[in-house]
Design a protein around this ligand. Structure first.
Ligand code: ATP
Ligand code: LTN
Length: 329
């Protein structure tokens, strides 16, 4: 039986966080054994907000190395850079012409990221069409993402239907793969906002590469209510509930088990336990990351990934262009 195809990507727009890991990356690792997987660093998406060229390069290599450190095996999954396969930009444009202004105006990520800004790049607005191209170029069946990407996936499905309806059956309709626990990890300083690597306050997130003592400090300073009961109650205790979700995702224990473990103890021991669990998860990954960066293997792995991805992308793009009426030379 042919394996279902999986595709996903992460932006090199800052330091990947524990939210990125729990919401997306660890599912990449899980899926690679049973699916035909493509994981990319979406460096074309990252420039929808200004990026310093030196930082972009470093962060791109860093995300690719984190994929490997987290356990993605390049002999099982294809790892590549979005910008190294020109078909993304090309199909992105073709799909942009099929996308309606109203659809993009409804995107909550655009609203959040443009809010209060004096000038906003057009790319931030049209970005979901490029994401649709990323997915449809590979005819992916499944797309592992966090909860915040649901709306973009819905648009991807709509664009695939629209293209198929107008030009004939071409694209598969992809499904999201969204974890039950940890699809939306919230900020440590404000439980109404998602944990984000582009938040200027580094205390709001745990970066996957934060040193153990930094992790301990950030968790001990995480905002909580003035009570002392460790209880999952997202409406009345959103901060503690967020920490409980992180604890549960990191240790694979149920929320009820964790509540019982800290019954009557207050937030201090709970936060200490959580910090040690996060450190135990990230410390070995950080050691692997260091080894990978020092090994110099990354270039070769990304080049091999580009070869495999390009082949697939060219095939789809050829079919798309021919169906749309482009003269194929
Ligand atoms: P930013 O926060 O900088 O705007 P991002 O982290 O949302 O960016 P990506 O790096 O592209 O953007 O996200 C990679 C994956 O991580 C996506 O699948 C996204 O849904 C998931 N993700 C991001 N933040 C969280 C979070 N707080 N909780 C769960 N999943 C998340
Ligand atoms: N839009 C996503 C990143 C992204 C993506 C993709 C995810 C770009 N292309 C394709 C899955 C599949 C984000 O901002 N997190």
């Amino acid at each position: 039986m042919t394996k279902l195809r999986v595709l996903s990507g992460m932006q090199p727009s800052g330091q990947p966080t524990l939210g990125n890991y729990i919401g997306a990356m660890r599912n990449y690792v899980k899926l690679q054994h049973t699916h035909d997987c493509y994981f990319m660093v979406v460096d074309l998406h990252a420039i929808t907000v200004p990026q310093d060229p030196g930082a972009l390069k470093e962060q791109t290599e860093s995300v690719a190395a984190l994929y490997l450190a987290a356990g993605i095996d390049p002999s099982q999954a294809t790892i590549f850079l979005q910008s190294s396969v020109s078909g993304h930009a090309e199909l992105g444009w073709l799909l942009t012409t099929l996308t309606y202004m109203g659809e993009l105006e409804r995107m909550t990520q655009f609203k959040d990221k443009s809010e209060g800004k004096e000038s906003v790049g057009v790319g931030l607005f049209t970005y979901p069409s490029l994401m649709a191209a990323d997915i449809l170029l590979y005819n992916a069946d499944l797309v592992p993402v966090g909860d915040d990407q649901k709306q973009h996936l819905e648009l991807t499905r709509d664009l695939a239907h629209r293209f198929n309806g107008r030009f004939g059956d071409t694209f598969k309709i992809p499904q999201g793969y969204i974890p039950e626990v940890g699809a939306r990890i919230m900020s440590l300083d404000d439980a109404s906002k998602k944990m984000s690597k582009s938040n200027p306050n580094a205390g709001s997130y745990i970066a996957m590469l934060d040193a153990p003592d930094v992790i301990r400090k950030k968790i001990s300073r995480a905002v909580t209510d003035s009570g002392r009961e460790v209880k999952f109650d997202p409406v009345n205790k959103p901060e503690v509930s967020n920490l409980l979700s992180i604890y549960s995702a990191v240790t694979d224990q149920s929320v009820e088990e964790i509540e019982a473990m800290y019954a009557g103890q207050g937030y201090g021991p709970f936060k200490k336990g959580l910090a040690e669990a996060v450190v135990a998860l990230l410390e070995p990954l950080q050691q692997k990351y260091k080894d990978i960066r020092e090994s110099g293997d990354l270039q070769r792995i990304l080049r091999e990934g580009r070869e495999k991805a390009s082949e697939q992308a060219e095939r789809t793009l050829g079919e798309v262009k021919s169906k749309m009426g482009y003269v194929i030379l």
